[in-house]
Design a binder for this molecule. Structure first.
Ligand SMILES: [Fe+2]
Ligand SMILES: [Fe+2]
Length: 187
């Protein structure tokens, strides 16, 4: 199924690695291993499609893109991947929500949604040094790993003068206010 939609070899390897780590960590967070496996393997299913097709498929999933997502249509590859999964009769709402939110995280997320967001960034095929830091944090504390990934991704976006989606900022602010991450932390 991966090869039916993904054309980039690196993306296929990333999907398999994400799947492997989702299955590895699922028991630690009392998650259904099969759901974790499907979410990991297929979260980027629509990622290699062109932007207009991604938008079309996201809309077919009845997802309503906002102005930020319409400007950066690749942000919609989560919603478009959900459409492909539904078309292939694979998955359920828990899986779709994890796949949906892996592109833009938000304040209210389930364990499965948090785990996919973190592992997508931290799986061992990722070759930036922050991936290893996030992976090590994940072994200790999912929320701390989530905080680290959110703030690191926001940092990357700021460095490139890119927009930050308001849902990511809301999540970051909430973790600062309620998560106890305020102040300097050495990683
Ligand atoms: Fe993705
Ligand atoms: Fe991914």
């Amino acid at each position: 199924m991966l090869k039916k939609y993904l054309t980039c070899k690196k993306r296929i390897e990333h999907s398999i690695s994400t799947c492997r780590e989702m299955v590895r960590f699922a028991p630690k967070f009392s998650l259904n291993k099969n759901h974790a496996k499907i979410a990991g393997l297929y979260h980027d299913l629509a990622r290699d499609l062109d932007a207009d097709k991604i938008l079309k498929f996201a809309e077919k999933f009845e997802y309503k893109p906002d102005k930020y997502e319409l400007e950066y249509k690749t942000l919609l590859h989560g919603a478009a991947s959900c459409y492909l999964l539904k078309k292939e009769k694979i998955g359920n709402d828990k899986i779709y929500n994890a796949v949906l939110k892996h592109t833009i995280p938000e304040k209210k997320m389930t364990m499965m949604e948090k785990l996919l967001y973190v592992i997508d960034f931290a799986e061992p095929k990722r070759n930036y040094p922050e991936a290893k830091i996030a992976y090590d944090l994940l072994s200790k504390d999912l929320d701390h790993a989530l905080f680290y990934v959110v703030k690191t991704v926001i940092g990357y976006l700021l460095d490139e003068n890119n927009m930050i989606h308001p849902r990511s900022i809301e999540l970051y602010d909430e973790m600062i206010l309620k998560g106890g991450y305020h102040g300097k932390i050495d990683y």
